[in-house]
Design a protein around this ligand. Structure first.
Ligand SMILES: Nc1nc2c(c(=O)[nH]1)N[C@H]1C(S)=C(S)[C@@H](COP(=O)(O)O)O[C@H]1N2
Ligand SMILES: [Mo]
Length: 417
């Protein structure tokens, strides 16, 4: 796996990411050999050419996500009484919903929910709302500044719009800000925001912003931001605030996310992008080389994945012949993929009648890709991969601005010996 380029990471991200390799969550022997880049193991497993696609699970165990968390100490390291004081146990968790009166023509709501008057919402209230309005879907978590997905899971919770409805009539509300437990240092505050429209008006068939309290069929763990975290399906990870504690309705029309102050584009949507799994630095000549990776389905969908092999780190130019890779097919049997008791019909993004995915890959989720390369002469090689979206744009298009989400075609260098 590539090491994130520190120059493009904000300091908080680079300081706190634990670079656990997502591909190590793979269980199958051949998959481990391919993804882990251990060519000897690959040969021992006698993987035929063309290789089977990596059978990496579509769902990452909650504890195996790479972690991007601010805070000193980090909220998920708290224990015992400190955890209770932080209101990070299922019994003590509360979320406050208030109107921000500091912005001109101040926001005003009929009902607020506060700790001071004992009305802050608790987990039981949220779960009660979930009996009628819960949503489930498969989503990958991706940091805007780290060139590798963090993990993918089946998230479950209550749409933000249903929670905000509890506030009754609103006046002068243009944005919704939200933040989580940090500690007493204001510098650690990490907040994100949505426009009123994004929060309240989910287009038919689209995925809503929601307050998640389950992941992969289990209560949301502390390390993944439990008891309750915000999940913004269409966004990079920085909008999906962990350890959610405050929702503020404001007339401030600016996307004043903490991330925006660190030179990131806070309005960027998750982009379609391909990633290459680890490859060994030296590969013996004469054996087929299995190259594999992941492709993320961003807002503009996935048409395909292409790769380009060049000698001696040559820079790719427009005339270069990119080759098509093979994409993982949808599972024939979703019961072995989804947590026990969950049918695809219940999951957003699937056809509620047939139980088939409405798009493939599912929007905002990721799947594997693979290709086999044979007959490489000894020498140094550069391997690049790029996703092509449903509008025919190949990476780094459509938005080459790296602060809108890293989107340069992924690169691996190796030597055939
Ligand atoms: N409260 C809080 N929420 C947070 C963060 C944080 O530091 N504090 N990091 C954000 C960022 S930048 C990312 S990429 C995702 C990472 O989610 P994960 O740790 O579950 O993989 O969480 C987001 N939510
Ligand atoms: Mo991030």
């Amino acid at each position: 796996m590539t090491t994130p380029d520190p120059g493009t990471l904000d300091s908080a991200d680079s300081a706190s990411i634990s670079r656990r390799d997502f591909v190590r969550t793979s269980s199958a022997l051949a998959a481990a050999a391919l993804a882990g880049g251990n060519l000897n193991a690959l040969q021992a497993a006698e993987v035929p050419a063309p290789p089977k696609l990596v059978h990496r699970p579509l769902i990452t165990p909650a504890a195996k996500f790479s972690d991007v968390s601010r805070g000193n100490p980090k909220p998920h390291s708290l224990k015992g009484d400190a955890l209770v004081q932080a209101r990070l146990t299922p019994e003590t968790w509360r979320v406050e919903i208030t109107a921000d009166t500091t912005f001109k023509e101040a926001a005003d709501i009929n009902k607020s929910f506060t700790l001071a008057d004992g009305t802050a919402l608790d987990l039981a209230a949220l779960q009660e709302l979930g009996k009628k309005h819960s949503v489930k879907f498969l989503k990958a978590m991706q940091c805007l500044n780290i060139p590798a997905p963090l993990g993918q899971g089946l998230w479950e919770g209550v749409p933000l719009r249903e929670v905000l409805r509890l506030c009754g009539t609103m006046r002068n509300v243009r944005r919704i800000y939200f933040s989580g437990f940090h500690n007493n240092d204001p510098k650690q505050l990490f907040r994100s925001s949505l426009s009123y429209t994004q929060a309240m008006e989910t287009p038919p068939g689209e995925l809503p912003a929601f307050l998640a309290y389950r992941l992969n069929g289990e209560p949301l763990s502390l390390i993944r931001g439990g008891p309750v975290r915000m999940v913004i399906p269409w966004s990079y990870g920085f909008k999906s605030i962990k350890w959610l504690q405050r929702i503020s309705l404001t007339n401030d029309y600016r996307a004043n996310d903490t991330y925006a102050e660190q030179n990131n584009d806070p309005e960027s949507y998750l982009k379609t992008a391909a990633y290459i799994d680890g490859l060994p630095a030296k590969i013996p000549a004469g054996k087929p080389i299995a190259i594999t990776g992941l492709v993320m389905a961003g807002l503009s969908g996935v048409k395909g994945v292409e790769y380009l092999l060049q000698r001696d780190e040559a820079k790719p130019d427009a005339a270069e012949q990119w080759n098509e890779a093979q994409l993982e097919e949808p599972p024939a049997d979703w019961s072995s993929v989804l947590p026990a008791g969950v049918t695809p019909q219940q999951v957003l993004g699937f056809d509620p009648k047939t139980g088939k995915p409405a798009t493939w890959p599912l929007r905002y989720s990721m799947i594997s890709w693979a290709a086999t390369v044979k007959g490489l002469a000894p020498g140094k090689y550069a391997l690049r991969a790029r996703a092509v979206d449903l509008n025919g744009f190949a990476q780094p298009e459509p938005r080459p601005n790296q602060k809108a989400g890293r989107n340069t075609p992924d690169l691996r260098e190796f030597e055939v010996v």
